[in-house]
Design a binder for this molecule. Structure first.
Ligand code: GLY
Length: 350
């Protein structure tokens, strides 16, 4: 088993091992004193994981409540959040009890935000069931729901007590959900690991999943420890996300997060070539790797719609935005622009 300790405003461990889900109860009992657990999951994950999670918790002495939300980004919304808060209150969960987020980024963000705000904060555990959630969203304590104006516009930094990462769960994923996570893996390679980039280019990812997951989480851990509250280095993790969130919103979430991030990464790379930040070869390599993983690199969305959606990005600071721009594989820079420059980046990247 790999153990990655995270030491920021709170300290917790990410544990990675095949089959770890079966020992959830015993691990949960080590991080909370209460013996009531409320498990949130979605209708897809429920079919293949919920029973195992609940049995393990019950075997460890927990009384378990469950709540199943419809899968998909639309569930990360205000009404579901309020419903979940009410269910926790009706179940009389206390501050020593436990919320368990069993699912991908949507479940993790919704349950995490609910844990952050119910009774002004109760403990929660992340059990990511998608590659995307394993390598990115389950670690670092970002929790949020979407508002009609944009993604993750209401949220909190609220670290979990523990992250249980069982790569065996990934074998049950539909191909497109798995590919989504690959976009985030490629993001880490472009940000800081030419070695990972090379490995992804030349060896099937399924042959090396635990190592790839560990590499990405370790990189994320380093960004989170340096800048937990996203004022500096953590912003690198937004590579592809400023335009990507715009693509996701402008497509009305018909494009998945991973697909949108892939388009965002490719667009910012093409614009970076035109503006002299990186070579055409670097951009071609990024596009080639995304394409090999079956991810899109372009969108038909009109530039004006993309611009409007991207301007709603919560990371905008007044009339400034920070773009993450590739210089070469494994090296990116934070580039601050005025919002009036964004149309040019979109036009050059389109
Ligand atoms: N997903 C980006 C971050 O955690 O900062």
């Amino acid at each position: 088993m790999s153990i990655i300790p995270i030491s920021a405003s709170a300290c917790y461990k990410v544990e990675i091992a095949g089959g770890l889900l079966s020992s959830l109860g015993q691990r949960a009992a080590q991080v909370v004193s209460g013996r009531v657990a409320f498990v949130v999951t979605d209708d897809v994950v429920a079919d293949f994981c919920l029973h195992r999670a609940v049995s393990s918790l019950e075997d460890a002495g927990f009384r378990v409540f469950t709540h199943i939300i419809p899968h998909g980004e639309q569930s990360k919304a205000g009404p579901n959040y309020l419903e979940l808060l009410n269910l926790l209150a009706e179940s009389r969960l206390t501050r020593s009890d436990l919320l368990v987020a069993l699912g991908g980024g949507v479940v993790g963000d919704l349950a995490g935000f609910t844990a952050a705000t119910y009774l002004r904060g109760i403990p929660y555990i992340q059990i990511p069931t998608t590659l995307l959630a394993m390598v990115d969203s389950s670690v670092g304590g970002k929790t949020a729901i979407n508002l009609p104006m944009g993604k993750n516009l209401a949220g909190a930094f609220y670290p979990p007590k523990y992250v249980l990462c069982d790569p065996e769960i990934l074998s049950t994923l539909p191909e497109n959900v798995f590919r989504d996570g690959c976009a985030e893996v490629i993001k880490y390679a472009v940000l800081g690991s030419p070695k990972l980039f090379c490995v992804l280019m030349h060896r099937p990812i399924v042959e090396q999943l635990p190592e790839v997951i560990e590499t990405c989480i370790t990189m994320k851990r380093n960004y989170v420890q340096e800048d937990e509250f996203d004022r500096g280095a953590r912003q690198f993790l937004n590579l592809g996300h400023t335009l990507g969130h715009g693509v996701e919103l402008a497509s009305n979430y018909t494009l998945s997060h991973g697909q949108a991030v892939a388009v965002g990464m490719a667009m910012v790379s093409r614009a970076a070539v035109s503006l002299g930040f990186c070579t055409a070869e670097t951009c071609r390599n990024i596009e080639e790797l995304l394409t090999r993983f079956g991810l899109p690199t372009r969108t038909e969305i009109p530039h004006c719609d993309l611009l409007q959606a991207a301007l709603g990005d919560k990371k905008r600071q007044g009339d400034k935005l920070t773009l993450v721009v590739p210089k070469e594989i494994g090296h990116c820079i934070l580039h601050r622009i005025g919002v009036e420059e964004l149309p040019r980046w979109i036009a050059l990247g389109g």
